[in-house]
Design a protein. Structure first.
Ligand SMILES: Cc1cc2nc3c(=O)[nH]c(=O)nc-3n(C[C@H](O)[C@H](O)[C@H](O)COP(=O)(O)OP(=O)(O)OC[C@H]3O[C@@H](n4cnc5c(N)ncnc54)[C@H](O)[C@@H]3O)c2cc1C
Length: 356
């Protein structure tokens, strides 16, 4: 890995930076916190939870030790509650694209959006890569400057945004897409119209949301169009209409002031592959003692790592995060005693957890 020195006056100093707020990144913060190491977390998504929130928020998980059944969302909420005592700064909506070793042995990290850190240890908990929304590949998309296509919304959409009087079109069939349509159709002051465009009359949103969605269609507060978007009509940088091909073969043009493209996420390994770390296909090679990469001080945990016998399971990631935290503690605070202590009986750990 290249060494460099730049005057980074704006870089935030932290002991540890965790790249990825999936279940393993979140538990990494917990294990570091128990050892007295403060961490900051960065994720490309607007919410924590990684695959659990992005891919199966409302589906059940049955193999988390001690929790017989919980959804992806519940697991995320429990992990966030568990790390709350350590008050980690969470930087959501940021893609880490730069990681370099500094001459003092620490690391300098930057996001595409311009955040910078300097830290002593890096934990890559990047799963299958940075999740980012699938982009619309339609003529005219690049010409829109006034009311750009929205790819990420608060969940569900923040209806306090000024959609009043606007023709809103939502692309997609996910929970996010249909509950955003519902939220907008019920918001006051109301939009001029709320339409959903999807290619089939079968949706991936949860059953309760689908039922409400179908009711709203019957009542006329949401219009459903089955077909594919074919072009965007843009005038003076403003999106004014969406052209579509209906499944019955007819072409249609819908007026459009706000276009929300909520057509799912795709993971991009992206910059991670360029950080000079030894890789095994699309995974980062680690040892099974410290879960350290080929670069001392950079650890990789969860789905992103590879070692003999690796299983991509959340509980395996929790174990990896635990050993990585102990290894990093020795590196960051070599002078301290790192003997194992139990949360049940250690007053120090209980102090750190804020329960004493
Ligand atoms: C449908 C489905 C069901 C599953 N069911 C189970 C189950 O029952 N039990 C089980 O144990 N496992 C299950 N899994 C697998 C489990 O979800 C993963 O093992 C787990 O999410 C891995 O956690 P992670 O924290 O390593 O990575 P992820 O959850 O993938 O999170 C990684 C995060 O890092 C972010 N990121 C990556 N690169 C960057 C970057 N450069 N900058 C900023 N952010 C970045 C990503 O956006 C993402 O949010 C399931 C997976 C799927 C898809």
């Amino acid at each position: 890995m290249a060494h460099h020195s730049t005057g980074q006056a704006t870089a935030v100093q932290t002991d540890a930076l965790v790249i990825g707020a999936g279940p393993v990144g979140l538990f990494q913060v917990f294990e570091l916190g128990l050892l007295g190491i403060s961490a900051q977390v960065v994720d490309s998504l607007p919410q924590a939870g990684g695959q659990c929130m992005a891919l199966y928020a409302d589906k059940p998980i049955y193999d988390i030790p001690g929790i017989a059944r919980c959804t992806g969302r519940e697991l995320t909420e429990r992990l966030l509650a568990q790390i709350a005592p350590f008050k980690p700064a969470m930087h959501l909506g940021h893609i880490v694209n730069h990681l370099q070793r500094k001459p003092d042995g620490g690391f300098s990290i930057r996001t595409e959006q311009g955040l910078q850190w300097e830290c002593k240890a890096v934990f890559i908990a990047a799963g299958v890569g940075a999740f980012s929304p699938k982009k619309l590949k339609l003529d005219g998309a690049l010409a829109i400057t006034v009311n750009p296509v929205q790819y990420q919304v608060q969940y569900p959409v923040d209806s306090s945004r000024p959609y009043a009087g606007q023709h809103v079109i939502i692309l997609g069939d996910s929970e996010e897409a249909l509950s955003s349509a519902l939220a907008l159709s019920q918001s006051t002051p109301a939009p001029a119209s709320v339409s959903v465009l999807y290619r089939r009359d079968v949706f991936t949103a949860g059953p309760a949301t689908i039922e409400q969605f179908r009711n709203a269609i019957r009542q006329g507060s949401i219009a459903l169009h089955l077909g594919q978007a074919t072009a965007l009509k843009v005038e003076n940088g403003r999106l004014i209409a969406l052209q579509l091909m209906s499944n019955d073969g007819s072409e249609l043009q819908l007026p459009c002031d706000a276009l929300l493209s909520l057509q799912g996420l795709s993971p991009q390994l992206g910059p991670l592959a360029d950080w000079g770390l030894a890789m095994e296909r699309k995974q980062i090679q680690v040892d099974t003692e410290k879960f350290e990469t080929s670069e001392p001080g950079i650890y990789a945990v969860g789905d992103i790592n590879h070692y003999a016998g690796k299983q991509k399971l959340i509980l395996c990631g929790f174990h990896e995060a635990t050993l990585a935290a102990f290894a990093a503690a020795v590196r960051i605070r070599p002078q301290d005693n790192h003997a194992l202590q139990y949360t049940t009986s250690s007053s120090l750990l209980q102090q750190r957890l804020g329960v004493r």
